[in-house]
Write a protein that binds this ligand. Structure first.
Ligand SMILES: Nc1ncnc2c1ncn2[C@@H]1O[C@H](COP(=O)(O)OP(=O)(O)O)[C@@H](O)[C@H]1O
Ligand SMILES: [Mg+2]
Length: 262
């Protein structure tokens, strides 16, 4: 009888274990779930760090080709503290000008810097035609000390163009009045004190003279009124140039079959 009672108690406590420990078991499940979540999150953070390191070490690959082509470009600032563009692919074939839009500080100029080869932090490929086929116009034109002839011919030398094309270019950008204010093409330009818009038009005149295959304009007509801006873009199109422009005005879409919104 005693042995039977002991055996019964053994079996009873063994079978009742789960019922008696239910409270603790529930606590254990909750703890396991929370620890599981934590481990999962830690794993994610680690993966992100590895991705960032992957980009930090690498450079954008550059090649020469027929036209401007960007493949899977991820672009970072030189200080590597922010990613400006992630996995961008775009092709600018001849006649398929590209307009880049987006709010200030988003990375429009930086993208052009990357095309120019000034910035190389990131990954992906940028293919551009040879240097001689490209011409860049920054938002604030670079003016040189010298005569109007030198100013217009830049970056070529003063002998590069005859009088006629120089005067024609001035007329195209509505700056022919400068010839009257000065005593001709060989007068010094320092006294002119050109306004921001006049400087931008002068820079576009350089572009019209040189007529590159690709013209890259970083808000290069931002100081101009709508009418003058349209005039310049029409003149640019007539040279047969394909453009990559940064600009804010909707009207620019008329001159660019492709639009990239950053
Ligand atoms: N030399 C630099 N080093 C680090 N960050 C830069 C540098 N130049 C610009 N940036 C940053 O990169 C971002 C994009 O700048 P930018 O391309 O000039 O803008 P936007 O679209 O107005 O042209 C900005 O946040 C700017 O502060
Ligand atoms: Mg800019």
């Amino acid at each position: 009888m005693t042995q039977a009672a002991t055996a019964f108690n053994f079996i009873l406590s063994a079978l009742a274990l789960i019922v008696l420990q239910l409270q603790q078991l529930t606590n254990l499940v909750a703890s396991i779930q929370r620890l599981g979540g934590l481990t999962e999150r830690l794993r994610q953070i680690e993966a992100q760090n590895i991705e960032a390191q992957d980009i930090q070490g690498t450079r954008i690959e550059r090649r020469e080709g027929e036209h401007i082509e960007i493949r899977n470009l991820t672009l970072m600032t030189p200080t590597q503290d922010s990613v400006l563009v992630r996995d961008l692919s775009v092709t600018v074939e001849p006649g398929r000008s590209l307009l880049i839009m987006g709010r200030s500080g988003i990375g429009k100029s930086s993208l052009l810097r990357a095309i120019a080869g000034l910035w190389n932090q990131g990954s992906g490929q940028i293919i551009t035609p040879p240097r001689a086929d490209l011409m860049f116009l920054p938002q604030r034109p670079y003016l040189i000390d010298g005569s109007l002839r030198q100013q217009l011919s830049y970056p070529a030398s003063a002998e590069a163009f005859g009088d006629e094309p120089l005067v024609h270019a001035l007329e195209q950008v509505n700056l022919a009045y400068l010839l009257e204010r000065l005593t001709g093409l060989d007068a010094d330009t320092a006294a002119l004190k050109l306004s921001g818009g006049e400087q931008q038009r002068l820079a576009v005149a350089r572009l019209l003279l040189r007529a590159p295959k690709y013209a890259i304009l970083d808000e290069a007509t931002s100081a101009l009124d709508l009418k003058n801006e349209n005039l310049l873009y029409r003149a640019l199109l007539e040279t047969g140039a394909t453009m990559v422009s940064v600009g804010h005005r909707q009207s620019l879409m008329d001159y660019h079959p492709q639009v990239l919104e950053l």
